[in-house]
Design a protein. Sequence first.
Length: 259
Amino acid sequence: MPTISVGNSRVHYTVTGEGPALLLVHGVGKGGQVTFGHLVEEFARRNTVILPELSGSETAEDDGTPLTIEQLAGEVAAVIEHAGLGPVDLVGFSLGGAVVAATAALHPELVRRLVPVGGLVKSDLYIENLIGLTLSQKHDAHAFGRVLSTTAFSPRFIRSQPSLSDVENLGSELSPSEGRLRQLELLVQVDIRDLVGKVRAETLVLAPYPDAAVPAEHSRELAAAIPGSSYTEIDSGHMVIFEKPVEFVKLVQDFIHKL
């Protein structure tokens, strides 16, 4: 697994498959492999898939200071340059949606097409309230995970689980690690209004709807702020990559492979 130093961070990434380069950026959670690992094989049928583990993820190493969008965008840019496969098609999920938009604005030469998924331009009182509630449970990993899973997954998906213990297992992947807390603290601080208007990459904004974690109006705001972007909603909770993986992959592939 290649590893690079970016500022005070050491970032790991993997490269899988052949074809045009596609880089997938995780949001709040354990990292790239946990977020997108179940989709890599499918994407790798047509693309060279680059999957980084950015600061705040389980395997990244850094100095533990507060995260910034610019820092994470710099890490994405450094991975693209180190892999030598740019310009790439860039997909970012949730917090990663803001990160990839910032990357495209700050490093336009590295990004061909852009797909923010469940992303945002600026945090608001709803997100501040939700993250505040979540952080208030950081000393109780069980409660912390259940708060996040309740808003991350749709009621339909939660009801589809075989038992309450299976529902609780969804939250176990969202434990209150030091990196997760820093990611959530960054989510509350997101404000890329001064960057999104500079994006020049062809962009498709994907919005899970209804989304109780990062409501779809944030994706609509993102689409409105990026010149010439297109916008599509998917009938899913926030975790569309798990709730509707086949539809998600098709939408991304249709966009990045169109003539």
